[in-house]
Ligand binder design. Structure first.
Ligand code: T5A
Length: 206
């Protein structure tokens, strides 16, 4: 392999990404694999400031175009500052959300247009694409149940409600249909059952 493996995790809010990423990093550590873990939006000093603006409930008047461009700005920064350098050093990069989130949330659910979003995604990522993307698919009802079990408050985007999350899920299903890279994983099982499926895909790809 001439560069490291770039793996992203996607899904509606509260689908279990952080839980699966925790299991993956434990597994990589046991294998003494060299990896970098990042998240979107965020992962850099500039990106974390953008994240605060994007998720702040006080910013409920933000235009959807401003929202889209802020996600892309954070992405441009993390790709150039963290992701591309790590991949060039041959490391695994695990990213909690990447440009498929923008496709599903802004392109489809916000109805800003998937062609426009695909173009901006290419620009922000400088043409870089993940090698493997896990779309953790659960129902909106299950995601609300899981989110209620957490002790943290909903952010600006989580507050958009069930209809919005249903549209996001539709966006992901559409993206997954069109791409070999995106693996749809039934995320309704136990964390261990889900991780076994993910591990199988990674082992196959290495
Ligand atoms: N966004 C992001 C856009 O609109 N456009 C973009 O381009 C990008 C990049 C980011 C927000 O920004 C939006 C999407 C988001 O709304 P985020 O930090 O990624 O925010 O937020 P969430 O997706 O909401 O992430 P969370 O950390 O809240 O949820 P996770 O990581 O998906 O879920 P997790 O693992 O914390 O699990 C949630 C709960 O369920 C339990 C966990 O213990 C936890 O309590 N759980 C399970 N329960 C039963 N069975 C399982 N298998 C379980 N797995 C986890």
């Amino acid at each position: 392999m001439d560069r490291g493996l770039f793996i992203t995790f996607e899904g509606i809010d509260g689908c279990g990404k952080s839980t699966q990423i925790g299991l993956l990093t434990d597994w990589l550590e046991k294998r003494k694999a060299d990896f970098v873990l990042v998240r979107e939006p965020g992962g850099t000093p500039v990106g974390e400031k953008i994240r605060t603006i994007l998720l702040d409930k006080e910013n409920d008047g933000m235009s959807t175009v401003a929202e889209l461009l802020l996600f892309e700005a954070a992405r441009a920064q993390i790709v150039s500052e963290r992701i591309r350098p790590a991949l060039c050093e041959g490391r695994y990069v695990i990213c909690d959300r990447f440009f498929d989130s923008t496709y599903a949330y802004q392109g489809v659910a916000r109805n800003l247009g998937t062609d426009l979003v695909n173009g901006l995604n290419r620009m922000a990522a400088g043409g870089l694409e993940p090698d493997l993307t896990f779309f953790l698919d659960i129902s909106v009802d299950e995601s609300f149940k899981r989110r209620r079990s957490r002790a943290i408050e909903d952010d600006r985007i989580e507050l958009l409600g069930r209809d919005f999350q249903n549209k996001v899920r539709g966006g992901y299903l559409e993206a997954a249909k069109a791409s070999q890279r995106i693996k749809t994983v039934d995320a309704s099982g136990t964390p261990e059952e889900i991780f076994n499926i993910i591990k199988g895909y990674i082992t196959e790809r290495e």
